[in-house]
Ligand binder design. Sequence first.
Ligand code: THU
Length: 141
Amino acid sequence: MSPAADRGDDALREAAFAAMTNAYAPYSEFRVGAALLDKNGRIFAGCNVENVSYGGGICAERGAMMAAVAAGAREFTRVLVATEAAEPTPPCGLCRQFLVEFAPDLEVVSVTARGGEARWTLTDLLPAAFTPALLRRSPAP
Ligand code: THU
């Protein structure tokens, strides 16, 4: 990996672990932080926020994307996910779909508090994605 990518990951790591400490996860006790890097180098963080009505909870990755879009960012290069899990964890299926809307070429990094790391592309994680271009209707016969 290039030194530039390393520096980028340091800032993303810091933002993701800081967000992880703010996670609200009283039900799963699985705290997650995510940091999303936009094409201008801006970083947007999110954490999981659970709810007593369990299905109402939202993941860290979608929280980060919500913060980014609300701030006007639309193009992203990398997301870094931080957890305290035993192994690096990839984003869930819902988050993969949410991420691909804005970032089909996203790099996905997952790190653990104990130094574990895994990397994928979003295309690896969500092949044959349903993307906005596919919404086009075919012309009338
Ligand atoms: N979670 C995330 O925030 N991101 C992931 O990548 C995996 C799962 C959250 C959802 C729920 O609050 C808890 O982790 C357990 O699934």
